[in-house]
Each structure stands twice: as structure tokens, then as C-alpha cells.
Design a protein around this ligand. Structure first.
Ligand code: R5P
Length: 285
């Protein structure tokens, strides 16, 4: 098998290749003066079994993936790993006339030449229905739970910042026997809301807030501030996909976060958990 590393997933692709003991193809990426992207796979791929690894973080990443799919048309078998599938949050029409962006992206990726597509903790796995190819969602929550367990944080309590993060909080916590809960917003009066865990008390506890995506850090900063007011001791944050746009990291540290943990679906200074092994395992099945 040959691994084709996309522009946005160079490190993860190299780690997957190392897990599998296979080659990584050298690719060339550049921009023309007018901003158009150029992509070239230097090695021949005719008759080969190839796996493209490319997260869709920006619009250019989507173009790069489309170009890579075009270059591998002569391959014997093509698998696509999209560690972070952007546009998944626009999974329905919230207002009349809106595009269902997740569907638009899925439709442009599907083709007969693809054997399987793997995504990782996709924001809403109902969008997998928009893919015509066999598409599976891999779950990095075990890797996050294992990592937290190894850090030997005394009695960690896993908290999801909203109801949407409940399944992730449970999946991180349950295999390790950690307590978990989600934050809930309650209106106390016309101008007062209280945000507290649904059932647990966090007083004196070491809390790990978990979410699938951190973008501006606003959700996490708000959750951390509330948990501090309620007497939480240390507050750590762990996510699968760390976009960390604008001043997200500063915002979270200012809100009292001690540590930021992310996986390498999106490469950043906080990508301390690698999903390479999990991906390599499914590729060898
Ligand atoms: C939303 O549904 C996601 O699960 C995340 O909570 C959200 O994307 C986080 O965004 P931000 O970091 O900008 O608050």
C-alpha cells in the first residue's frame, strides 16, 4: 500500500505509514499567482493500492483532496481517510435557502473508483448518508480516555459543555471508569442564567472538558469560567479536532484552562494524541 499525504495531513499520514511499514508518496503542492492550487503526486501509482490522507479544514484542502483523487485514477484500489471533515456542522438547512454544506461536500467526493472513505468523529454521523461510497466514522474517544488515564490526574471528572457532547463525554469516561456529565443552561430570571453540570458537583474536582471540535474556544472558555465559579480545582480540555481559530488558545487559558489536549486529525502544537494506530488498524482489516 502507498500512503498519499494531503497538504493538511502530512504528519498524520507519515505516522500511519510508519505504523503500516509502507511508503509515503512525495507530493508537490503550490499556489499559482491567482490563488489556484496545484497538486502533483511524484510517484507512479498505476495498479497500486493507495490511501489518501487529507483533512478538510479549509476550502483549499477540499480542492487538494479533489486533485489527489484525480491523480490516483489509475490506482488499483483507492481508500480515502478524511481525519477532519469540515463543513459537517452545516448538516441541515437552519434557514430557508441555505446549502446543506455537508451534503454538498459529500457529493463532490463520491466516485466509483473509491473503495472506502473513513472520517473521524464526524460532527453528526447522520451525514454519512450523503456519501454514496462505503463511509465509516472512526472514534478517537478511546485514545483520549487512555491518554487522560496515563496522565494520572487525581479522580478526573469528564464534562461535556452541552447536551451535544454527552455521547463523547460518556465514550471518553466509561471505559476508564471516570465520572461524566454535561453542562446544562437553566434560566433563573429574565436576565440570569446558570450553567451547571446536570447531576454532578465539581467542587474540588479535577475536570476535563471534552468536545468534538474547538474552533474559537468560546464554548470551552464559557464552560471553564462557570466550572471555576462552582469550585472546580484543575480544568483541562480535550478535543478530537482542534481548529483553534482567532485567539482561541489565549481565550481558553485566560478562562482558567490548565492544559489543552487534541488529536492529530488537525495538526497543532496541542496534538499530543495520535490517531495513526487506530487508522492503521482499519486499513489492514
Ligand atoms: C458545536 O456543535 C461543536 O460541537 C463545538 O462545540 C463548537 O464547534 C465549538 O466552537 P467554538 O470553539 O467556536 O465555541
Amino acid at each position: 500500500m502507498k500512503i498519499i499525504p494531503g497538504m493538511s495531513s502530512q504528519l498524520l499520514a507519515a505516522r500511519i505509514a510508519s505504523e503500516l511499514g509502507c511508503n509515503v508518496s512525495l507530493c508537490e503542492f503550490k499556489k499559482f499567482p491567482d490563488g489556484e492550487s496545484y497538486t502533483r503526486v511524484a510517484d507512479g501509482i498505476k495498479g497500486e493500492e493507495v490511501t489518501i490522507v487529507q483533512s478538510i479544514i479549509t476550502d483549499s484542502d477540499l480542492i487538494c483532496l479533489l486533485q489527489l483523487l484525480d491523480t490516483v485514477e489509475g490506482a488499483h484500489e483507492t481508500t480515502v481517510v478524511i481525519p477532519y471533515l469540515g463543513y459537517a456542522r452545516q448538516d441541515k438547512k437552519f434557514k430557508p435557502g441555505e446549502a446543506i454544506s455537508a451534503r454538498a461536500v459529500a457529493r463532490c467526493l463520491c466516485r466509483d473508483t473509491i473503495k472506502s472513505i473513513y472520517v473521524v468523529n464526524v460532527h453528526n454521523n447522520a451525514i454519512l448518508q450523503y456519501f454514496d461510497n462505503d463511509t465509516k466514522d472512526l472514534d478517537a474517544s478511546h485514545a483520549i480516555g487512555d491518554y487522560i488515564a496515563k496522565k494520572e490526574i487525581k479522580h478526573p471528572v469528564i464534562i461535556g459543555p452541552d447536551a451535544g457532547a454527552k455521547e463523547l463525554a460518556k465514550a471518553v469516561a466509561a471505559p476508564q471508569g471516570f465520572d461524566y456529565d454535561v453542562l446544562e443552561k437553566r434560566r433563573i430570571s429574565g436576565d440570569e442564567v446558570e450553567i451547571t453540570p446536570r447531576t454532578l458537583s465539581v467542587e474540588g474536582e479535577n475536570v476535563i472538558i471534552v468536545d468534538d471540535i474547538i474552533s474559537t474556544g468560546g464554548t470551552i472558555a464559557e464552560a471553564a469560567s462557570m466550572l471555576k465559579v462552582q469550585g472546580a480545582s484543575e480544568i483541562h480540555v480535550a478535543c478530537v479536532h482542534g481548529l483553534f481559530v482567532q485567539n482561541a488558545t489565549l481565550r481558553m487559558f485566560t478562562a482558567g484552562i490548565k492544559e489543552i489536549i487534541a488529536t492529530d486529525t488537525i495538526e497543532s502544537a496541542f496534538s499530543t494524541i495520535s490517531i495513526a494506530k487506530m487508522v492503521a488498524e482499519v486499513l489492514t482489516r
